[in-house]
Design a protein around this ligand. Structure first.
Ligand code: AMP
Length: 583
């Protein structure tokens, strides 16, 4: 593991990695254009299980994992706990090392262009009453104790100088304040934005800088900071930044309290009281599941629960749309119920996603395990839409051929795919794989028959192998997922396309069994017999290729239910899945 404290060092390392890796990969796998995937996990350090879950996900999905550790002065208000915020670089380094992180980027505030050098020795605890905020609150007696956690000499900036609310004789001139990124006002004026003016601008500025410095393929953020996640997703979209933002679920202590670096401010009694936040949210989730959709009722539910603990001082309880953060009166499909409150001097935040969409069934697994046959039948029985991704790739291939584009003209195909709309409707039949009654249209034209032509069949894999095609089609698949009620199969549906699918299955069968099934298929089709040995070898090779490929590698989601189908009939597998769904 490497530790860099400067942009120059990190950039040099990443440049060398980017230019060296393709050669190395080509040598190892024989692939011509492997993806050099870098995953970034931005943090403020003092790492806990919540951070580690982001790191673990980044580790699974990328070749190189960079964790940034930077206590960002721009996101602290003048009375917040910037000085006291726990800094534990040595401990964080050890945790990162254990978690398989490749690079830590721990710049000073000066290096990030947002502060001035100040040695730990000359630093004094803040004279103003600073707040310990998860988003911002009251500092206390233990401020100096917190400073002791700051083992190393770390460069600090004085956050207050960015805030014109505070008279500061040392304030630099306006010219030296950094360029900042301002997220849309409606997203920053709700929830934590009400009491933390300027906070999300500070977050957006530093995250934009980190993305620009590291240039990762993916960056990981916790749902714990749901407002931050929504704002960053919007930022990346609005600024066309070439990075996928991956949201990760909240990790909680066994008591239900969400992990937070600021939990260490809590006394044991306060820690026990803090559980009420999650208890309130869980009770609201329960009545939501029973059919309640009104914001007033759900919010009151939480409020009443919070009133049971007199030491909690609620700051807000709000129901907003999880992506736009618009306040909701009723939940149509999804809502974010979010809460901030103070316990003693410490401000804590928590939230829960309430979703009434019909479930998504994601079926992954190796080639030949029977995924698409099973997926079609499950959709039929449960009256869900079978999202036939194969048909989507075929429809696009038809359009490429129809438009007269060469199948290897990736830039032109990129333009075409980014402007096309594919629609699937209807139900699959129970019988044959190809004999489907799903209608497929592209840009309003029905191409259900056309996409089965020989020409489309022989070109579809060349088109599907193009990263931009996959990216755009995943976007369209997710559009379907918004309303739920779909069954979809593939290699990385549960891990990438729909990581929040309600039911994830991983269908497998031994290589021997899949070879036997394949031999039977060939026989049924009247084709030449291939020996079992040869079939086993080719299935083995295909598995290896599928799980190591750069584009959409085969992976089993941690929360997927594995179904070993060696001794099961299709009907038995379908019954099993239908039972799981109904449960
Ligand atoms: P912080 O160090 O507090 O800025 O957090 C760094 C990242 O970790 C952010 O994306 C947070 O949302 C995420 N994070 C913090 N706590 C948790 C948690 N309990 N579960 C999941 N993610 C978290």
């Amino acid at each position: 593991m490497r530790l860099f404290k400067t942009v120059a060092g990190l950039r040099c390392y990443l440049n060398r990695y980017r230019s060296g890796q393709p050669l190395f990969d080509r040598f190892m796998t024989g692939e011509s254009l492997p993806e050099v995937s870098i995953g970034l996990v931005p943090t403020m350090g003092s790492l806990h299980a919540g951070h580690l879950s982001l790191i673990q996900k980044a580790r699974q999905e990328n070749k190189l994992v960079v964790v940034s550790i930077f206590v960002n002065p721009l996101q602290f208000g003048p009375t917040e706990d910037f000085q006291q915020y726990p800094r534990m670089l040595e401990q964080d380094q050890a945790l990162c090392e254990q978690a398989g992180v490749d690079v830590i980027f721990a710049p000073s505030v000066e290096e990030m262009g947002v502060g001035r050098q100040q040695s730990a020795a000359s630093r004094q605890p803040s004279a103003v009453s600073s707040q310990k905020a998860e988003g911002g609150s009251q500092k206390t007696e233990d401020g100096s104790q917190m400073l002791e956690l700051e083992a190393q000499t770390i460069s600090f900036g004085d956050a207050s100088r960015f805030w014109n609310t505070q008279a500061d004789t040392k304030s630099p001139s306006a010219q030296s304040s950094p360029t900042q990124v301002i997220p849309p006002e409606p997203m920053t004026s709700v929830l934590c934005g009400r009491s933390r003016s300027g906070h999300f601008q500070g977050v957006a500025t530093i995250v934009t800088k980190l993305l620009s410095i590291v240039q990762p393929q993916r960056a990981y953020f916790g749902q714990k900071d749901a407002q931050q996640l929504a704002i960053i997703q919007r930022l990346v979209e609005d600024l066309n930044l070439p990075v996928a933002i991956v949201g990760c679920p909240i990790v909680r202590e066994p008591s239900g309290l969400a992990y937070s670096s600021r939990n260490q401010y809590l006394t044991p009694e306060q820690r026990a009281q803090a559980i009420v936040l999650y208890r309130g949210l869980s009770q609201a989730a329960q009545v939501f599941r029973a059919g309640e959709r009104s914001a007033d009722v759900l919010i009151n539910m939480v409020k009443t629960e919070l009133q049971s603990v007199s030491t909690i001082d609620p700051e807000y309880i709000e129901l907003v749309h999880p992506s736009t953060l618009e306040p909701l009166e009723m939940i149509e499909e999804t809502g974010l119920l979010a809460i901030a409150g103070r316990i003693g001097s410490t401000r804590l935040i928590d939230n829960i996603l309430l979703s009434s969409r019909k479930p998504i069934v994601a079926i992954d697994g190796p080639a030949g395990a029977g995924k698409s046959t099973v997926a079609r039948q499950v959709a039929q029985v449960l009256d869900l839409l079978y999202l036939d991704t194969g048909a989507m790739y075929r429809a696009l291939t038809w359009l490429v051929l129809q438009s007269g584009l060469a199948v290897d003209d990736e830039p032109s195909i990129a333009e075409l795919v980014s402007q096309c709309e594919i629609e699937l409707s209807g139900q699959p039949t129970l019988m044959e794989k190809q004999a489907t009654s799903i209608s497929v249209s592209i840009n309003g034209q029905d191409v259900t028959q056309e996409i089965r032509s020989l020409e489309v069949t022989s070109n579809v894999s060349a088109i599907a192998a193009q990263p931009i095609v996959r990216k755009e089609l995943v976007r369209q698949q997710r559009r379907y997922g918004k309303n739920g009620g779909i069954v979809i199969d593939g290699r990385d549906i549960g891990t990438y396309v729909f990581p929040d699918a309600e039911l994830k299955l991983f269908l497998t069968a031994s290589v021997q069994e899949r070879a036997r099934r394949r031999q039977q298929d060939l026989k049924n089709q009247g084709k030449d017999e291939i020996s079992l040995d040869e079939l086993e070898q080719s299935i083995y090779d295909r598995d290896l290729k599928d799980s190591t490929r750069a584009l959409a590698p085969l992976r089993q989601a941690e929360d997927a239910i594995e179904i070993q189908t060696d001794n099961l009939s299709i009907v038995e597998v379908v019954d099993w899945i239908v039972r799981l769904y109904r449960e």
